[in-house]
Design a binder for this molecule. Structure first.
Ligand code: GDP
Ligand code: MG
Length: 196
């Protein structure tokens, strides 16, 4: 039942593998403190609510295979956006390497919501010709009394961004599984439309 999808020594070839494989590199971006690492930790199965095993590839890289709509997909999740130690290049790297992006803000922090728009624009600039799957993520939905960004605003922003929208709570693990399944579906939608 539990199954490691790739051995660690094969992970390099997995990362560089091109079309045909169902292995997607998903990048978490967003203001510091919005909950990116908390979401990544849930993905990594610290508290196991997603039914497969996870492999930690590096300090801030996680890999796990998910069953989504009866088809397995390996997701490599990168949570290195806030890694200041490595310098600015890491953000440029993040902007280049993702097959899909989770742009995270906190519903309790309007500045982080505004930052999300900036990041969307930046991403569009860096990856001009590509139709990149993106989910706008309003995290900390459990903090109802501290809410600064309404659901309607989040949804409207996603329409402008031309991307999906979801509110999550890493703290109470609400919608987190749905988030990761959702990004797999978004990548597949584009892949399937390309095949036609
Ligand atoms: P990052 O800087 O984006 O990686 O954010 P972290 O994952 O480190 O989270 C920043 C702080 O917000 C931590 O204290 C987390 O415990 C807290 N946090 C993250 N997600 C949630 C959430 O969904 N609800 C609540 N109440 N707190 C959260
Ligand atoms: Mg972090």
């Amino acid at each position: 039942y539990y199954r490691r999808s790739w051995s660690s020594e094969s992970s390099d070839s997995v990362i560089s593998s091109e079309s045909g494989s169902s292995c997607y590199r998903v990048v978490l971006i967003g203001e510091h403190g919005v909950g990116k690492s908390s979401l990544a930790n849930i993905f990594a199965g610290v508290h196991d609510s997603i039914d497969s095993d996870c492999e930690v590839l590096g300090e801030d890289t996680y890999e796990r295979t998910l069953m989504v709509d009866g088809e397995s997909a390996t997701v490599i999740l990168l949570d290195m956006w806030d890694n200041k130690r490595e310098g600015e290049w890491i953000r440029e790297h993040c902007m280049q390497v993702g097959d899909a992006y989770l742009i995270v803000y906190s519903i309790t922090d309007r500045a982080s919501f505004e930052k999300a728009s900036e990041l969307r624009i930046q991403l569009r600039r860096v990856r001009q010709k590509e139709d990149i799957p993106i989910i706008l993520v309003g995290n900390k939905s459990d903090l109802v009394r501290c809410r600064e960004v309404s659901v309607a605003e989040g949804r409207a922003c996603a329409v402008v961004f031309d991307c999906k929208f979801i509110e999550t709570s890493a703290a109470v693990q609400h919608n987190v599984k749905e988030l990761f399944e959702g990004i797999v579906r978004q990548v597949r939608l584009r892949r399937d439309s390309k095949e036609k």
